[in-house]
Design a protein around this ligand. Structure first.
Ligand SMILES: Nc1ncnc2c1ncn2[C@@H]1O[C@H](COP(=O)(O)OP(=O)(O)OP(=O)(O)O)[C@@H](O)[C@H]1O
Length: 301
């Protein structure tokens, strides 16, 4: 069980704000950390790893206190990063370029049996003696993952580990992460903006906004249950409304795609170019309605 009750002042572009968390995470869970840019996701992981220091609070992992301190005083307990059993994987792989894959792993711990197990688990055994410059992005990220697991951490912290990879490699590594989680039962926290990744890997999502957790839900609660009457829903912007006789068409930009949706005269009256809309289906007929600002905005994850 992770008990995370921490506070730290952050410097934002619009002034200081408080990163403030009071949560418990059961052992063995996979938790997504999502939210807009600058909301404090990376700092949250850095606080857990000991790479950044809170002003006050308590961090307890499986009964062991890693940080405890009161505001304005020197922390009573503040374990150094190397004393914490936390593995950290960043988007950049941060491998030692002059060392082979195996040497990169053994730098973290001299346990050769563990290195063999992890090379096997991440499918790297045939690349053990290759240097990072000869590896693909996906292979480098596997090495970073295996290295983070060498010290048998209690928690694995992943900061957008797959965001630089193409869709195919991303999917393969997601399966490997699931496999590692099944094999080792390790508690994972993963910063990701990718809703399919959250759905596939995670049992819980913490959405950060300006340093606070604004939503704490399962992926199903966050993504699916608010769309129970619909087959799918995409947010888009109306670029143009056209009419031919009694047929009205809305041209809508959804990400990089343009789609044309036939709308009825009632919908036409409600809409104008520039409106943000949600396009969904009911009984396989597309429906279209104005996006309400209080709705959850998936594009901001
Ligand atoms: N050690 C620090 N002390 C004070 N403020 C910090 C510190 N580190 C980062 N910040 C500020 O905290 C805010 C949140 O940064 P952070 O990197 O945690 O956000 P993020 O949600 O991970 O963003 P992104 O998705 O863009 O990576 C930023 O405004 C940043 O400048």
């Amino acid at each position: 069980m992770l008990v995370i009750s921490l506070r730290k002042t952050l410097f934002g572009p619009e002034g200081d704000f408080m990163l403030e968390t009071d949560i418990e995470i059961p052992k063995g869970g996979v938790t997504a950390v999502a939210g807009p840019s600058g909301s404090g996701k990376t700092t949250f992981l850095r606080l857990l790893a000991g790479l950044s220091t809170p002003e006050e609070g308590l961090l307890q992992v499986d009964g062991n206190v890693w940080f405890q301190g009161e505001a304005g005083r020197k922390p009573r307990i503040n374990l150094k990063p190397q004393q914490r059993k936390a593995g950290f994987v960043f988007q950049g792989y941060a491998l030692f370029p002059h060392m082979t894959v195996l040497q990169n792993l053994l730098y973290a711990s001299k346990d050769t049996a563990m290195a063999d197990t992890l090379l096997e688990l991440t499918g790297l055994n045939r690349l053990a003696h290759v240097k990072p410059s000869n590896l693909s992005g996906g292979q480098k990220q596997r090495v970073a993952l295996a290295r983070a697991l060498m010290q048998q951490p209690q928690i694995l912290l992943l900061d957008e580990p797959l965001s630089a990879l193409d869709e195919r490699m991303k999917s393969i590594l997601q399966d490997e992460l699931l496999n590692i989680h099944r094999e080792l039962g390790i508690t994972m926290l993963i910063v990701t903006h990718d809703s399919s990744e959250i759905y596939k890997l995670c049992d819980r999502v913490l959405v950060f906004e300006k340093g606070r957790i604004s939503a704490d839900k399962t992926p199903r609660e966050l993504f699916v249950e608010r769309m129970t009457t619909q087959k799918f829903a995409f947010k888009g912007e109306i670029l143009e409304l056209r009419s031919f006789d009694a047929i009205h068409i809305a041209v809508i930009a959804i990400g990089n795609n343009l789609v044309e949706v036939v709308i009825d005269s009632h919908e036409l009256e409600q809409l104008k170019p520039g409106d943000m809309v949600v396009i969904g289906t009911k009984a396989f007929n597309p429906t279209i309605r104005r996006f309400e600002s209080r709705e959850f905005d998936f594009s901001k994850l």
